[in-house]
Design a protein around this ligand. Structure first.
Ligand code: SF4
Length: 300
């Protein structure tokens, strides 16, 4: 009897998060405390690790009371008002806005007329994009909210970088169907390429395994999207934030178990999950042959 555990080689931090976490670690090697405006990554376990190294997560209100300090801007980016606040309070910014998000912010600032953003209301990246649009943006979370759009005026639609590319396409088609003059709709496909590729690969991964353990922080919007994607292709998909949530009853002999996660899930957490499964299932399944396929190993 064989049981396999395979870690998805394409899961792990996206480039934007790797860059921000490396920058935080580098700065923490030179100082005992570093402030981060908002959680640098939507993953409680990774955050706790960084907090032990001296990272302090603050909100905008707490930042407004800081003076002459250093604050890290995470990969999601910030609206112009945050930069103005930093200048007013003599705060040095370590700006880790992902270059892909920076480009999107620039595009929105340069686009005239009505702007529609497909994204999560209140999400940090979306707040940054709305700030660049200077009052011209409407945020749509799903197709039920399209009544917020003025279909009689030209529409420029953008997507939050971590949204589901298929859902974005469906939304654009629906908006187009409501417009008399379809040439007035300009679609800016701004789903991050890394995220879009991950969707296609994750579908394959979910279909090629009997059980999927999806590791992600509960605040991660990318995590929610990718978990739903796995679940729709493999009903035996389980989301966990910590190893204690794993239930032995999810598994049976002969299972091929796939371990994957969001763009905010570090690789080391996926490896810990695979190792934990190995120990937990050993006696439960009494497997004679047990193998973990690690994929490309990297810390993140
Ligand atoms: S998902 Fe893409 S755009 Fe968003 S932070 Fe990661 S690399 Fe950057």
């Amino acid at each position: 009897m064989k049981v396999y555990v395979e870690i998805d080689q394409y899961s792990g931090f996206c480039n934007g998060v790797v860059r921000a976490v490396y920058s935080a670690e580098e700065n923490l090697s030179k100082r005992s405390v570093l402030y981060s405006l908002g959680a640098i990554v939507h993953n409680e376990t990774e955050l706790k690790r960084l907090e032990k190294e001296g990272l302090r997560v603050i909100n905008l209100d707490q930042m407004s009371h800081l003076k002459d300090s250093t604050v890290l801007i995470r990969a999601h980016g910030e609206p112009p008002s945050t930069y103005a606040l930093a200048a007013k309070n003599n705060i040095t910014l370590i700006d880790c806005t992902c270059p892909v998000v920076l480009q999107l912010q620039k595009k929105i600032a340069e686009t005239a007329g009505q702007i529609v953003i497909f994204g999560k209301v209140g999400h940090a990246e979306v707040n940054g994009l709305v700030g660049r649009a200077e009052g011209r943006a409407v945020v749509i979370e799903n197709k039920d909210q399209i009544d917020k759009i003025d279909f009689t005026r030209p529409i420029n639609i953008f997507s939050q970088t971590t949204k589901d590319p298929d859902e974005f396409n469906q939304l654009c088609n629906l908006i187009s169907s409501k417009m008399e003059d379809k040439s007035q709709l300009t679609v800016h496909n701004t789903v991050c390429r890394q995220v879009a590729q991950r969707h296609a690969r994750l579908i394959q991964f979910a279909e090629n395994h009997n059980v999927i353990i999806f590791v992600s922080g509960k605040e991660s919007s990318n995590g929610r999207v990718l978990y739903e994607l796995c679940k729709s292709h493999n009903p035996r998909t389980y989301a966990i934030q910590s190893l204690q949530q794993i239930d032995k009853k999810w598994f049976k002999e002969g299972d091929r178990i796939g371990v994957c996660g969001a763009t905010s899930t570090p690789k080391w957490q996926l490896t810990s999950c695979a190792e934990f499964l190995k120990i937990t299932l050993k006696n439960y399944i009494c497997s004679k042959f047990y193998r973990i396929i690690y994929g490309n190993y990297s810390r993140f």
